[in-house]
Write a protein that binds this ligand. Structure first.
Ligand code: AMP
Ligand code: MG
Length: 495
């Protein structure tokens, strides 16, 4: 095996930020999937990833040479309530390296055994949730959405108890850093404010080098996180992604999508859709995500107050305008997304109403979110008659045809006002509106087969979702709405 050499930086911060904890081996590990593209990006060649020792490494059965696996400590606001200590309860960092492009990357094994932060849980992850995280993080990456990545999926016959008895799995996930808002909250609420600066300075030096050495670096990093988080929320909304557990411990200090649990993509459009069965009150419903992103930002800024001023008043005065960037940053990112999804080249006065009327039509019809945008790309600017939508698929999605017939001429007029070319616009829209997303029922089919010993559907979905915008012949069923019997699928925090 030829492994990239390690360059520990977060690990070098040492205790008490993280502790060395060995991974715990699993019996009979089997490499169920390897992300060959990501492996190459990380500088892992085929000889290395094909070696049996590599499968053992990805299972946590052997350590990465020269690196002691580590678990880090963090806190977090879970469903609005502060929990003073969480931490990597089942994720262990097994290496910090530079990838082939020279970017720092950290590799973590999720499900590789208990740590001092496991509380009363087992440190394991089940195959079901591991397949979901593995497929969705790569699907999000292919959608162009910042996210942690997934390098390898390992299964083991080791039984793991959840509501029923399941089997264990490990996902090797990859990100420049797994630092979360909660890492900063931990030290702030413990009153050990002197621990914040080394953590922030590590993050800035390694991941925001453009701010390194600047006396105002902390404010600049936080402003950047606000902007990235706002953009990320807009990107989630635009593809109908519901995260499900937007606790501050599940929010990345790099603005990445992190911790895939009971996530879901919208099928029938319901703005108040709650994807997580555990989220009874709908705190993290689809239409609340952008607001929760802002709420989380205020929690991060609160935790970082000691970095922002010598007196509480000065710190608050510095923090407030940074938090206040969020609404505008989100609004402009969201407008840009809706504008592109509608195939408009630029944003003009009146577009907001056009977008809102269209979203209202989708909601009142409970139209399939993904399919509807795709159908819209087939509209022509030529014919204003209602029949002009015959063959686009929209008649099958939209129930309130009267309202649609009132909206359509306005949309067409708007397109004509910028000399929109039908074929060119359709191409742009199809590069913005995915045809394939990881709907729950698709993930469920791959899980059921993998649980029966056949990982081929994982591979099929992985390959399909790597090109979510392309028409892929033979895969129409994967772009269809869920069959009636699949609509009851419930996902919860159990993982
Ligand atoms: P999550 O809801 O998955 O973001 O997890 C919240 C906290 O619980 C984190 O500190 C996790 O590390 C921890 N946790 C979740 N599941 C387990 C498990 N099976 N074993 C140990 N810790 C866990
Ligand atoms: Mg988490």
């Amino acid at each position: 095996m030829k492994l990239p050499s390690i360059t520990p930086r977060f690990a070098a911060l040492g205790e008490p930020y993280s502790l060395p904890i060995p991974t715990r081996p699993l019996p009979n590990p089997r490499l169920l999937h390897l992300n060959v593209g990501l492996a190459a990006e990380l500088g892992l060649d085929g000889g290395t990833t094909g070696a049996p020792e590599f499968a053992a490494l990805m299972a946590g059965n052997t350590p990465w040479p020269g690196f002691d696996a580590r678990a880090s400590v963090y806190a977090g606001h879970q469903f609005g309530q502060f929990v003073p200590q969480l931490g990597d309860g089942r994720a262990l960092s097994i290496a910090e390296i530079f990838d082939a492009a020279g970017q720092p990357q950290e590799l973590q094994l999720k499900g590789a055994g208990p740590t001092p932060y496991s509380r009363h849980a087992d440190g394991r992850a089940v195959l079901r949730s591991s397949i979901r995280e593995y497929l969705c993080s790569e699907a999000m990456h292919a959608l162009g959405i910042p996210t942690t990545r997934a390098l390898a999926l390992v299964g083991s016959p080791q039984p793991v108890r959840r509501e029923t008895l399941e089997t264990a799995a490990v996902v090797c996930r990859v990100a420049p850093s797994f630092l979360r808002f909660g890492h900063f909250e931990f030290w702030y609420y413990r009153g050990e404010h002197e621990r914040l600066r080394p953590l922030a300075d590590h993050l800035i030096a390694r991941h925001f080098p453009e701010f390194d050495g600047d006396p105002d670096r902390h404010a600049r990093w936080l402003t950047e996180v606000v902007e990235r988080t706002a953009r990320l929320m807009a990107q989630w909304q635009a593809v109908g992604f519901c995260h499900g557990v937007m606790n501050t411990d599940n929010f990345s200090a790099l603005g990445l999508t992190i911790d895939y649990g009971p996530f879901g993509f919208l099928d029938a459009f319901d703005p108040q859709h709650i994807c997580n069965h555990t989220d009874q009150g709908g705190r993290y419903a689809w239409d609340r995500q952008p607001m929760i992103g802002h709420w989380n930002i205020t929690k991060l800024l609160q935790a970082c107050l000691p970095l922002l001023g010598d007196t509480p008043e000065a710190a608050v005065a510095r923090a407030q305008p940074i938090a206040d960037c969020y609404p505008d940053a989100y609004a402009s990112a969201m407008t840009a997304r809706w504008t592109a999804k509608l195939g408009l080249r630029e944003t003009r006065d009146g577009d907001e109403a056009l977008i809102n009327r269209w979203l209202g039509l989708l909601a009142s019809s409970k139209a399939d979110f993904t399919r509807s945008w795709r159908h819209l790309a087939r509209i022509t600017t030529l014919d204003d008659s209602a029949d002009a939508i015959a063959g686009t698929g929209l008649r099958e999605e939209i129930l309130d045809l009267a309202a649609f017939d009132a909206w359509l001429p306005d949309y067409r007029a708007r397109l004509r006002s910028e000399q929109s070319d039908d074929a060119e616009r359709a191409m742009r829209m199809n590069a913005e509106n995915p045809k394939y997303v990881l709907r729950n029922h698709l993930a469920q089919a791959a899980i059921a087969r993998a649980e029966a010993g056949d990982a081929s559907e994982v591979e099929r979905l992985f390959t399909l979702l790597a090109r979510p915008f392309d028409d892929q012949p033979g895969f129409d069923a994967y772009a269809a709405e869920p069959p009636p019997e699949a609509r009851h699928i419930e996902v919860s925090c159990s993982s």
